[in-house]
Design a protein around this ligand. Structure first.
Ligand code: BTN
Length: 206
């Protein structure tokens, strides 16, 4: 991965759009960082990994990126569908994927020295995390579907839980049973392709 370091930018996603596959843009701070579902992503200067990775298009890009980022962050980090990073049940980081032509811009925000209330942060040097994540992104964007699904399931915090799914215009609850081969989350037999998933509590067993 070729690393391009920048100081302040509106969003690393917009810088990365113009760059070739195999490049990552890492910023000290963003003035208009974006999150999923039209949300903002805020972090004090120098407090987080704010990076956008230019990757090839992959049909399981959200899951491949989640697996790559979680593995780079360490064994304790788990995944909330599709690719929120959780540490001890709290949000450690998030991933925003935007497609441009034949490339995916994979934006990763990971809290390192500061976290919003109720969120987690990771005790890892930012440069080390960039190196680790670069290797994992390369690996998982070249991996076979079955391998990505298997690794995602192993890291999943969502599966087996009761969840609330918020779609545009509809909210429903059910048990997150599995993921489909296309990366959808199966909730009470119903495939969910997009939307917000909230963990309610562990599923009842027995
Ligand atoms: C989310 O959880 O909603 C995804 C957050 C993604 C934030 C990262 S920070 C680097 C990159 N640039 C952005 O504007 N967003 C992503």
């Amino acid at each position: 991965m070729r690393v391009i370091q920048v100081d302040a930018v509106p969003s690393t996603q917009d810088v990365a759009r113009a760059l070739p596959v195999g490049t990552v843009v890492v910023a000290e701070r963003q003035t208009a960082g974006r999150g999923r579902l039209g949300r903002r992503w805020e972090a004090p200067p120098g407090s987080a990994l704010l990076a956008s990775w230019v990757m090839p298009v992959h049909e399981l890009a959200p899951l491949a990126a989640g697996v790559a980022a979680a593995r780079a962050c360490g064994d304790a980090v788990r995944l909330k569908w599709p690719n929120d990073l959780l540490l001890h049940g709290r949000k450690l980081g998030g991933i925003l994927i935007e497609r441009t032509g034949e490339r995916c811009i994979v934006g990763t925000g990971v809290n390192l020295r500061w976290a919003p209330p109720e969120a987690a942060m990771l005790d890892m040097d930012r440069d080390e995390l960039v190196t680790r994540m670069g290797a994992e992104m390369t690996r998982w964007f070249a991996a076979a579907t079955i391998e990505i699904l298997g690794s995602w399931r192993e890291r999943a915090d969502t599966l087996g839980r009761r969840v609330r799914v918020q779609l545009s215009g509809e909210t429903f609850e059910g048990v997150a049973e599995d993921i489909g081969e296309d990366g959808t989350l199966i909730v009470d037999g119903r495939p969910v392709a997009a939307g917000d998933v909230i963990h309610i509590r562990p599923a009842e067993t027995g």
